[in-house]
Design a protein around this ligand. Structure first.
Ligand code: ACO
Length: 349
């Protein structure tokens, strides 16, 4: 059974740089507060009207496809991970298929937030290993700026996130000892409401002791989105930051060690860990817990903020472009996020 390898990788981030000080135009915040708690110095925000999650994904995909030495016509399946799609439905996968004038290939959208790209890679990996497809385009992309509360009310969430896209082309490898060795996927829905955007949705306050939407006198057909939700700022994401932090620092190391152990490796064998760029403090905690050297962990949240499903492919692409990954290196990708879901992939580059 052939393993799958990353044959091409690309990234795209918007031109517009927004520093922590720039955010002060919109909210009461401090550069020092953001840096101390998250490590973020600046993030990129997409053009309001000219850039969407899909347009950014398409730019990243073009680079990945070219680097794989193929054309968009050769792609035989698309897996697209995002929590900020262009439309509530259909998903972004079909928009990429259209934009890149691909054949009428399958397009699957993945909704696993911060671990979305790893879930997407895992799905693609199974299709390659089974022999069903030969060139799969896997994308993680986000336009968070479309739906964040950039006022003081939403500052505990909005300062953390940024926009961007990353993409890879997976192909079967012909080489021995190369490719994705294993992927590991987990979830714990017990904490689904800890990091979530509740509205618009069909929940009707069913899962919450304290209602998270005000339906006023709305009829059932009007409960998806209402004026009351807009007036009461109930259309923004919610995050219980301390709870996310506590769970992340346990599950990140667990799923990294799971991947290493499964393949007979230890942390000393690891050439590079690419963690989801949730928060620099979380990455540093994981590094400390696993006793990894600085050169074994790649972080770029300082420049881009947390780009959710895009963060792993953007970090992987930048690490590779900066010469930090060489052929034969043992690389671990790991993520934790909303759901909660967490995941890892171990690969020989
Ligand atoms: N600027 C200035 N002050 C702020 C800001 C801001 N941007 N945001 C919140 N504050 C204030 C709060 O209002 C509060 O003030 P008060 O004490 O007067 O009430 C104070 O700072 C502390 O607020 P907390 O929310 O308790 O801040 P905390 O120290 O927990 O830090 C943070 C928040 C950074 C989110 C932290 O909880 C954390 O790192 N959590 C991990 C979650 C995370 O990283 N999520 C990333 C996305 S999820 C993922 O990718 C897995």
């Amino acid at each position: 059974m052939p393993l799958s390898k990353i044959a091409g990788i690309g990234m795209y981030v918007p031109e517009k740089v927004v520093t922590n000080n720039d955010l002060k135009k919109w909210m009461d915040t401090e550069d020092s507060w953001i840096q101390e708690r998250t490590g973020i110095l600046e993030r990129r925000l997409a053009h309001r009207t000219e850039e969407t999650t899909t347009t950014m994904a398409v730019e990243a995909a073009k680079i990945a496809i070219e680097r794989a030495g193929i054309t968009a016509q050769d792609i035989d399946f698309i897996v697209f991970a995002t929590l900020s799609p262009d439309y509530y439905f259909p998903g972004c996968g079909v928009l990429v298929q259209r934009a890149l004038k691909m054949k009428e290939v399958g397009a699957l959208d993945v909704r696993n937030q911060c671990s979305g790209f790893l879930y997407a890679i895992s799905v693609a990996d199974q299709f390659i290993k089974s022999g069903m497809y030969k060139n799969i385009l896997v994308i993680g992309a986000e336009k968070h700026s479309m739906g964040m509360d950039y006022s003081t009310r939403g500052r505990n969430v909005s300062v953390i996130f940024g926009d961007g896209a990353g993409a890879v082309v997976l192909q079967p490898t012909e080489k021995e000892n190369q490719g994705i060795l294993s992927t590991h996927l987990h979830s714990d829905g017990g904490s689904a409401e800890i990091l979530a955007q509740y509205n618009p949705g069909s929940h009707a306050n069913h899962w919450m002791e304290t209602p998270v939407a005000d339906f006023d006198d709305a009829e059932v057909g009007e409960m998806f989105m209402s004026h009351a939700m807009i007036d009461k700022a109930q259309l923004f994401p919610f995050m219980d930051g301390p709870t996310v932090f506590k769970k992340a620092i346990v599950k990140f190391p667990e799923v990294i060690v799971e991947a290493l152990t499964k393949n007979g490796y230890t942390t000393e064998d690891l050439n590079l860990l690419i963690p989801h760029q949730a928060n620099l403090r979380i990455s540093q905690f994981v590094q400390q817990k696993l006793k990894l050297r600085d050169d074994q962990v790649f972080n770029n949240i300082m420049s881009y903020g947390n780009t959710t499903a895009a963060s792993v492919p953007i970090a992987l692409c930048e690490a590779w472009q900066n010469g930090k990954i060489k052929e034969g290196d043992l690389v671990c990708l790991a993520a934790f996020g909303s759901g909660f879901t967490w995941a890892s992939a171990l690969l020989k580059w």
